[in-house]
Design a protein around this ligand. Structure first.
Ligand code: NAP
Length: 293
């Protein structure tokens, strides 16, 4: 096990709320401009069932819409809705010219294939950026599609912190379709130019791999699993993970003591979370602008 030897120096704690607010201000201006041209940007959010956490996420997205001057419509469906019923709603929203962005809040109920739902949304309205056409463009190094919000938010945090990625060793922990894999692609893209390693639950020698990374993006979902002995002094640690603790508080993947070792760290809450919502708003305004050009 590698131990860090650096004397205790506190990392810069990245203010995701502040960076996100700047993005929302820009979206608000663009929404106003669209409105002057007679177009009200409009996001439709489909939520199936009564999962309390999902309802909180949806409410937060609606609040962001209010802040930006984007109209939002919530379509609530019973928890026992079938895949066909959800696909039917998406079909109607695809055909509705007044709707610019569509998202179906995850998790989908048991028996419903989330990939089938994501694939049914028109790529031009796919503000979550999960449609295979949008993800496929990303694989080709083409950023012209709507891109997944969490990894884009992380890239925005790195840019805002003026962290130079070129030639750096980046470690993405997690290989999900919605966070880890697109994150790794964005970091490795031409222009970003990091050298990327993807780790997951079967990765051996995790601590050694972590210690070699100039930047760690952790998207696991296990509270405080990344400790100070796994972090290179001065590195940039981005904590995507969110876990709900027994006392109701939220915890990231990264142990708070990592703050004494890293050069930059994103907090949970207040780091990547607000950026994800900000990027959702940015995708929605992009969708509205391009559908009206
Ligand atoms: P996911 O689909 O469950 O993926 C988790 C990944 O972590 C998997 O690839 C898994 O590996 C890997 N993993 C699990 N245990 C591990 C371990 N001990 N060591 C290394 N890797 C391990 O989750 P997700 O949807 O990507 O989300 C990840 C976390 O980010 C969750 O906490 C989620 O709530 C959070 N999240 C936050 C935001 C935000 O806005 N802040 C947005 C989205 C997600 P295998 O592939 O081998 O199973």
């Amino acid at each position: 096990m590698c131990k860090s030897s650096r004397a205790s120096v506190s990392a810069v704690v990245v203010d995701g709320k502040m960076i996100g607010r700047n993005v929302l201000d820009n979206v608000e201006k663009r929404a106003r401009k669209l409105l002057e041209n007679g177009v009200e940007a409009h996001l439709a959010v489909v939520i199936v069932g009564e999962d309390p956490a999902s309802h909180v996420y949806v409410r937060n997205k609606e609040r962001a819409c209010e802040k930006c001057g984007i109209l939002s419509t919530r379509i609530g469906m019973p928890g026992d809705s079938s895949q066909e019923e959800i696909l039917g709603i998406v079909e109607d929203l695809n055909a509705d010219k007044k709707i610019h962005g569509i998202l179906v809040q995850s998790p989908a109920p048991a028996g419903v294939d989330e990939l089938a739902i994501a694939s049914s949304i028109l790529p031009s309205k796919d503000v979550d950026g999960f449609h295979p056409a949008n993800l496929g463009k990303l694989v080709q190094g083409d950023n012209s599609g709507l891109l997944p919000c969490t990894p884009t938010g992380v890239m925005h945090i790195l840019e805002s912190s003026q962290f130079e990625l070129e030639g750096k060793r980046a470690l993405v922990i997690g290989r999900s379709r919605i966070v880890g894999m697109p994150m790794a692609l964005m970091l490795a893209q031409k222009g970003a130019d990091a050298t990327v390693t993807i780790a997951h639950s079967k990765t051996a020698d995790m601590e050694e791999i972590c210690m070699e990374a100039d930047i760690i993006i952790s998207a696991i979902g296990r509270p405080h699993i990344i400790g100070p002995d796994s972090v290179k002094p001065g590195s940039f640690v981005v904590d995507v993970g969110i876990s709900r603790m027994d006392d109701g508080s939220l915890a990231g993947d990264v142990h708070p003591s990592v703050e004494e070792i890293a050069g930059w760290i994103t907090p949970v809450p207040g780091g990547v979370g607000p950026m994800t919502i900000a990027m959702l708003m940015r995708n929605t305004i992009r969708a509205a602008e391009s559908l009206n050009n």
